[in-house]
Ligand binder design. Sequence first.
Ligand SMILES: [Zn+2]
Length: 357
Amino acid sequence: MKDLEFPIFKTKKENDRPFNLSDPKEREEYFLFKASDEIGAIQRYLEESAFIVYLLGKKSAGKGTYSKMLAEVIDPEKIDHFSIGDMIREIDKELKDEDKKRELLSFLEKNYRGVNSIEEIMEILQGRSTTKLLPTDFILTMVKREISKRGRKVIFIDGFPRNMDQISYSLFFRDLIDYRDDADFFVLIDVPEQVIDERVKWRKICPKCNTSRNLKLLPTSKIDYNKEKDEFNLICDNKDCVGEKMVRKEGDEAGIDPIRGRLETDEKLIKQAFNLYGIPKILLRNSVPVEEADKYVSKYELTPEYNYKWNEEKGEVDIIETPWVIKDDNGVESYSLMAPPVVVSFIKQLAELLKSN
Ligand SMILES: [Zn+2]
């Protein structure tokens, strides 16, 4: 972020050996090699307790990726990730089903407090444009319902707080959901905008199973060459899928340009949360300056970039892997970390915080 640098986290270890981080099995070994004590400590903590996490990062910063990977390592049964966006889409569906709509209304009658009447809330819900924010008191009521549905689990909340107003609410949120006396943390994520931009620009989605990959940064194991168009395509390699050609979503070629306003608001939010007192914070940093990288991380922990060449002789695609250098938001030449090392720093900071809880 501009003018705000998170500390660089050291994941480099003695006796480090290269792990193939895109392989699930090796990734598991990697986590145990880097953080087995901390993983054990968090698992023991979860035998008796739970906690709530507010994820704050820019759009496409990897909030879902990091929290899902952490859950995978610790215990997917005990950790739930939910996004306000998904929750709202779910509510939109409920409104179309008469029984569910009645249930929702009776929940609101019992639990909702706020400046709008329930009738007004319903009107806003049914007639709103997608850009309009829903009233905070309504969102809070809905988050409360969502949490009560899930029982006593660790919950990663993605998309709340969404504006300055909601930041103050989030400070007291734990007290509002009265049946829980769990720890709560902010997790702040710093990813350079150039990284987000290229993630969006080169993103490819499988039209069959919705798996998302990246032509430049995270290819599949099968690459197809179209001679006529002189273009390379990713072929979905999800084992439950049929091997579709992955495609770009409309608008993605523009990168972050259309969402600049949103990114700016997100940045303000992160900075405000960074300066809060009293609530513990975990800081996740995606980039490492090229000059200092060797002190902190191992080469295999850095995101490479992939280029492709058609090999006429062999009749196959040559994949060329090179280091990917980007400028961070302050103009410093940097590497972007792969998700697993960021999750290692997440695990270690989390274990440290839970110790004192
Ligand atoms: Zn697929």
